[in-house]
Design a protein around this ligand. Structure first.
Ligand SMILES: Cc1ncc(COP(=O)(O)O)c(C=O)c1O
Length: 385
């Protein structure tokens, strides 16, 4: 077991190559999480109404400083679905309006936009973008083929779930500005995996899941909204924060943060996750992981005779390869039950992808275990090339 494996609680009988779905929390951060829960249980009223609110503010401040944003422009939410629903349901779309996205967005977000668009007679456009991703220009050209005078917003992943590609959102935002189209970036996988500067990026909306690559406990994410939009974004849950009896200095925070009794202790762990990363020189750790991910991508793509989905600059700590299999769900079960490898096998429309994540504790042995399993499955014709 390498030193980093020891810092996590993960079951060491499993080769864990799916950090991307729900992350995993390092032991010291998890202990802090439990200590917040104990503090709450010992003194629920003071914690939920006072101390916890102060800790939440400290979380927003630590997060804001990490991603170069202002603390009052971001609110902690449980997950990106919550953030996407908050914005989508605030837009007051009309019949004929369009929301432009790529054809590679996350399924839950596709469903949210479909639902909201249908309610208003608007359309959710999943514009085809060509792969492999080789240049920003190619991507921007493809995406904006779908833009029309009716486009009310662009919704785009920063790092996609199924292909794991880092999309050139900077270039998308620049082009969208010239057309006056607001952009909502789904950065679920970005926070903690790649450096973020939300001020420089200047997206209208940005959401990220801290419980993935930032490694906080599950149920801690954020929604960042540009100041000029804040008054138009309605609370998804109306509660004491609306027309608050004791308003804070930000109506935006009150509206979206005070939404009924809940356990928000996972959100309080942001400063502790950031401190953990600093203590372990996480920039260096991430660089090593990214290099290991890419080196193996080449071998992996040869093994499966499937081209890389993008050039090196579009690949981070996760790599996806398109695969041919008669039964993706059976393949997943085979990998997890027979080979004890936790790795997602994901469908997107008619395509199927296998995606591995490389985190601090992942080493070449883990990836070799996967490669050997793939060779066996190829021989057994459960994976075709
Ligand atoms: C690209 C992307 N967006 C959003 C999400 C958030 O999903 P949820 O709201 O279910 O946590 C995920 C989760 O994996 C994702 O990969």
């Amino acid at each position: 077991m390498n030193d980093f494996k020891n810092l996590f609680l993960l079951n060491d009988e499993v080769t864990f190559l799916n950090f991307g779905s729900f992350g995993a929390t390092p032991k010291p951060v998890f202990e802090k999480f439990q200590s917040f829960q104990l503090e709450m249980e010992r003194d629920p009223v003071q914690f939920i109404t006072k101390r916890g609110i102060q800790y939440l503010k400290e979380s927003r401040e630590a997060l804001a400083s990490m991603i170069h944003a202002q603390a009052n422009d971001l609110v902690m939410v449980t997950n990106p679905s919550y953030a996407v629903n908050t914005v989508a349901k605030s837009l007051e779309l009309k019949a004929g309006d369009e929301i432009l996205a790529t054809n590679i967005e996350y399924g839950a977000c596709d469903r949210t936009w479909d639902f909201v668009c249908k309610e208003h007679g608007a359309q959710y456009i999943r514009q085809h973008v060509s792969l492999p991703l080789v240049s920003d220009e190619q991507f921007v050209d493809d995406l904006f083929q779908g833009a029309t005078d009716n486009t009310k917003m662009i919704f785009i992943s920063h790092i996609t779930s199924t292909t794991a590609l880092i999309f050139p959102v900077e270039a998308v935002i620049q082009k969208a500005k010239t057309l006056n189209i607001p952009v909502f970036v789904d950065g679920a996988h970005a926070i903690g995996q790649i450096p973020l500067n939300l001020t420089a990026l200047d997206a209208d909306f940005y959401t990220g899941a801290c419980h993935k690559w930032l490694m906080t406990p599950k149920g801690s994410s954020f929604l960042h909204v540009k100041k000029s939009w804040q008054e138009y974004i309605k609370p998804l849950i109306v509660s004491w924060g609306y027309e608050a009896l004791f308003p804070s200095d930000s109506k935006f925070i009150d509206w979206h943060q005070m939404n009924g009794t809940r356990d928000y202790t996972a959100m309080l762990c942001v400063p502790h996750a950031i401190a953990f990363r600093q203590a372990h020189d996480w920039d260096t750790v991430s660089d090593r992981a990214r290099n290991l991910a890419y080196q193996n991508a080449i071998t992996y793509s040869r093994l499966l005779q499937s081209p890389l989905l993008g050039n090196a600059q579009y690949i981070g700590q996760m790599v996806s390869v398109q695969i041919q299999t008669p039964d993706p769900e059976a393949l997943y079960l085979e990998l997890v039950q027979r080979f004890k490898i936790e790795i997602p096998v994901m469908r997107q429309d008619e395509k199927v992808y296998l995606r591995y994540s490389v985190q601090a504790f992942t080493d070449q042995n883990d990836l070799d275990t996967l490669f050997e399993a793939i060779e066996t499955l190829k021989k057994e014709e459960k994976l075709m090339v």
